[in-house]
Write a protein that binds this ligand. Structure first.
Ligand SMILES: Nc1ccn([C@@H]2O[C@H](COP(=O)(O)OP(=O)(O)OP(=O)(O)O)[C@@H](O)[C@H]2O)c(=O)n1
Ligand SMILES: C[C@](O)(CO)[C@H](O)COP(=O)(O)O
Length: 233
């Protein structure tokens, strides 16, 4: 029996961080005194409406179990080959006692704003539709490889962020069907779109960056320190 409007978080944290070119997966890089994953989990622990926080971790990850416990709701699940596989594994992990909604948030996005997450949750539950945090594209976008072939009209272009919030049953079936059909899935919304279901776009702060390459670290470290100083006041 699924509790109405119950929400479980899923945190994909099983990547290797190849683009970061670091000797450990990027989610374990320390910024402002804690690992990126600890910062992200500390953010989600500020959401009382989350029943569980499932963290998808590689089975060969030697770091996660060494971290201090952030929140009693945090549970380790097995990651997968790709991000979508890690999310689907986490959905299967929850199937014995499924929530109504799942909030999927990248471990690599520790800067997320709590008010943005609450807005996403409130708007989606009010509309009874899934949705994502996204930020309007601010730059001119070009399509091409080594030469610009096209300037892409940007009036209705958004950059998808996380969290992404969807009904448990809808996301599980959409992800399974998309992956079985060989569809490239880089976020949960792309699976939901493939299933021809609506995805609400909720404007979120553009400093909710995904820490991906080395040049992201200085900015992320500065912003995490700033957030910690602000919350200490
Ligand atoms: N098989 C995977 C791959 C990625 N992720 C997670 O998905 C999030 C976003 O993915 P990305 O930024 O691409 O992380 P990596 O895959 O680790 O980075 P890279 O592509 O540079 O290897 C990260 O928190 C990452 O840990 C995951 O849980 N399982
Ligand atoms: C889910 C995501 O963060 C939305 O922008 C993005 O698609 C993850 O992509 P990645 O290549 O797995 O980092």
């Amino acid at each position: 029996m699924t509790t109405k409007n119950s929400i479980a978080a899923i945190v994909p944290a099983a990547g290797v961080g190849s683009r970061m070119q670091h000797n450990a997966p990027k989610q374990y890089i320390k910024l402002a005194g804690k690992t990126i994953l600890e910062h992200t989990l500390a953010k989600l622990s500020q959401l009382p409406q989350l029943s569980r926080i499932v963290v998808a971790i590689s089975d060969t990850d030697p770091y996660f179990d060494e971290l201090p416990q952030i929140d009693s709701r945090v549970i380790r699940a097995s990651g997968g080959k790709e991000r979508a596989d890690s999310v689907l594994n986490s959905l299967f992990f929850l199937e014995a006692n499924p929530p109504q909604w799942v909030l999927v948030h990248d471990a690599a996005r520790p800067l997320v704003n709590i008010d943005d997450i609450n807005t996403l949750i409130n708007e989606c539950i009010k509309a009874n539709e899934g949705g994502i945090l996204a930020s309007k594209v601010k730059d001119t976008i070009k399509r091409g490889h080594t030469y610009s072939e096209q300037t892409v009209p940007r009036d209705d272009l958004w950059q998808a962020l996380t969290p992404q919030l969807f009904k448990y049953d809808e996301l599980k079936s959409a992800l399974q069907n998309a992956l079985v059909n060989g569809v490239t899935i880089t976020d949960e919304a792309s699976a939901i779109e493939w299933a021809n279901k609506p995805v609400k776009l909720i404007a979120g702060r553009s400093d909710n960056i995904k820490i991906t390459t080395p040049e992201d670290l200085d900015l992320a470290g500065f912003l995490l320190n700033k957030q910690q100083n602000e919350s200490a006041v």
